[in-house]
Structures are given as C-alpha cells and as structure tokens.
Design a binder for this molecule. Structure first.
Ligand code: SF4
Length: 386
C-alpha cells in the first residue's frame, strides 16, 4: 500500500530530513542517488519557482548520514534557460558547495535514446544519461500549478530529464490523443515518459508553492510543508488535494492511475487528518491573462513552457508600452491555425508558428522567442531579420 507522509510547520531542512527518513529503507552505502530538483526556470530562491534550497540541504544531510555511496543534485532547465544559472539563482548550487555535493546540469551527462515500451504518443525519447546511470532517483519538485498540465509535481518534474530540446517534444506531437475527454497529447506524453523515468522516491517541497499562472508566472503560496512517498503518483494525488483540487482533477494523473492500476482508496496518508492544511489554489486555467493585460491579446495554441515563460516575461516587462496602443494579437504554439490569424494586426511568435507566415503577418522567430524581440516585432509590424 502506498504511504504518503506530510510534514507541516517545521524548519524546511529538518522537514525534508524527516520526510526522507520515513520512506528510505535501503542500504545507501551501496547506492548512487540523484536528487532531481526542479530548476526549470531562473528566478529568486524560495519563491515557489524552483525547489527550496533548504529542502535540498536537508536531503543531502540525510543521505550523508546514511553514508550514501555517491550523491548528485541536478536538473536541466527549459529551452532557453541556462541550467547552471538557474541552479545558482535558486540557491541550490551554493547549498551543494557548502555541503560538498556535486551539482550539475543533467544535459552535461550526455544523451541516450530510450525506447518507450507501449508508448502511446511517442516511441522513443532522448533523455539525459545520469538518471539512468544512478541506482536511485529522488524526485524533489516544488508544488506548482501548471497552465497546460494542471499541476507540476513529482511526476511532471521528471520531464526535466528529457535531453535539451527534446523537452519541447511532448508539446509538439502532431497526432490526436486517443481520447481527448481523458487528456491532451501532453497528458498522454507524460504517461509515456513515466514508462521509462518513474522516480524511486519523492520528497516534495511545498514550503513555498506557486498558484495561478504557473509554472513561471504565478504568485507564491506559503504552505510550509514537505511531502514524501515511495510512490510518485500517490504523492501527487495527495498534493493536489492539499491544493484544494478533487483527486480526479488532473488528467495526466488520472491517465497514470489507469496505467498503473492505482486505487485511490489504497493510498494511506500520514497524518490521516492532513486535509486540515488544505488550501484552495487559484488554478492556472482560472488565471485570465486578459484581465491583467488586455492588449495585446494572446492566442495560445499548445505552446510549451519555454514559450509560456517568454510570454510571461514579455507582459511583465513590456505591458505598459501596449496598454493604450493599437490592438494586436500574439499567436503562440504549434497548434495555431489559419482561423486563429483572422483579422487585425497579427504577430506570430516562436518557430512553431512559422508555417503561418505570409498574408502580411509579422513573425517573431525564436525557440524560445526573446521577450524584447516580441516587443520589437509588434512595434515594427513586420518580420525583423535579426
Ligand atoms: S517555438 Fe515556442 S512553443 Fe514552439 S517549441 Fe519553441 S519554445 Fe516551444
């Protein structure tokens, strides 16, 4: 039976240590272990954007006390973000240096292509090598809402093990999902990924979480919690209930539950009254970008997290320039159609929209596109060459 442990109100490093203590029952002295943190984006430490550095410290101390054979801490950020810079700004690089542990960009360990047994959306994926070289992988995500996947927790965190640009691959699948009522391509793609990359353990940072326009543009939520489990899916299903969602609210978790045959009733959460700490998160789908930024209008058709981050940055730094300017429409994502481009001043953003060029539409290249270049393209009203 999967057990999930929830700690609340303690010092983050201490909670992480105790959370690991509850689930880890092997002889670490013969094992190499990777702490797969979430530093997909570059931003301030302990802000809900990336895994809390003190949670990482607590886990390093736990494994050191267990005499672990070899310990690594690492992640690979979204396309367009320097992974080492993201680890540094998250405070994790310094914690690793202080504790004497190797911290790395997973892409630097090389690439290996993995066959996906019974893959539904993809048959092969390019992965970073290290997660397959170590004996155990601990997923150490930060609790966040996600505009496409609903949430990003210990399962979705493993997408950072995809090698370099293959991270965007699950957003660019040009085929219909088996049952759109159950999930989109990305949801089925995450289940495919889990067939080769299911973590061995989870210690989830919910000290400072993120709600609303996640995974990069939402406000922080002070939860003061750490969760742990030997089963990533059980940890995530517990976490979404702490976030105020129903257990069946997240398509990729529903599909994974079906795939792995997990019965909700089998999950045992400690303490049993953990929902006393529940808090209703604003969902990414409830966040209306247009309420905050009415112009330019955004049409998002399946853009990946990297384009999403560019969009957030664009509005953060440039929205005032367009508030009272002429109306424009920014189109993102590989699923955009001719229909989306009808009428008004259209700017196609990102290489995924290149096939819709022509008809006087301006195009801002980039994968991901650069926010200042989006602004320049809107101003020019035409495609810029550099
Ligand atoms: S163009 Fe944008 S949506 Fe397309 S893969 Fe690149 S970053 Fe992602």
């Amino acid at each position: 039976m999967p057990d999930v442990y929830v700690f609340q109100g303690g010092e983050p490093a201490r909670m992480a240590y105790e959370a690991a203590e509850r689930i880890f029952d092997e002889d670490a002295s013969v094992l190499s272990v990777l702490l797969k943190v979430n530093t997909g984006f570059k931003g301030p430490a302990a802000s809900g954007l990336c895994t809390h550095p003190e949670v990482v410290r607590g886990l390093i101390r736990f494994f050191r006390d267990q005499h672990v054979k070899k310990l690594y801490v690492g992640d690979s950020s979204i396309v367009g973000v320097d992974s080492v810079e993201a680890l540094k700004s998250a405070g994790i690089w310094d914690v690793c240096a202080q504790e004497g542990v190797e911290c790395l960009n997973l892409d630097d360990s090389g690439m290996e292509e993995r066959e996906i047994p019974g893959g539904v959306m993809v048959q092969k994926l390019k992965m970073s090598r290290l997660p397959f070289q170590v004996d155990r992988v601990v997923s150490v995500p930060v609790m966040k809402t996600h505009m496409y996947a609903g949430v990003t927790l210990s399962v979705k965190n493993m997408k950072g093990c995809l090698y370099q640009k293959d991270k965007t691959r699950l957003h660019r699948i040009n085929q219909a999902p088996p049952d759109i009522r159950k999930g989109k391509c990305l949801d089925y793609g995450i289940v495919d990924l889990m067939k080769v990359c299911y973590p061995d353990y989870v210690v989830m940072d919910a000290v400072v979480a993120m709600e609303g326009f996640g995974p990069s543009g939402g406000p922080p939520v002070d939860m003061g919690m750490v969760l742990s489990s030997k089963d990533a899916l059980s940890a995530d299903l517990t976490a979404i209930q702490l976030m105020g969602m129903a257990p069946d609210a997240v398509p990729h978790l529903n599909l994974l539950r079906e795939d792995r045959g997990l019965d909700l009733a089998d999950i045992r959460v400690h303490p049993a009254d953990y929902l006393k700490w529940r808090r209703r998160f604003q969902l990414a789908s409830e966040h209306d970008l247009h309420l905050n930024y009415p112009n330019p209008r955004v049409v998002d058709r399946g853009a990946c997290s990297a384009c999403h981050a560019a969009m957030v940055q664009f509005f953060r730094y440039h929205h005032q320039e367009y508030e009272n300017g002429p109306e424009a429409t920014l189109i993102f994502g590989g699923d955009a159609t001719e229909e989306d481009c009808r009428g008004g001043r259209v700017v196609l953003v990102g290489n995924c929209t290149a096939r819709l060029r022509g008809e006087g539409r301006a195009f801002c290249k980039g994968c991901p596109p650069v926010p200042s270049q989006i602004a320049r393209t809107i101003d020019a009203g035409v495609t810029l060459d550099d």
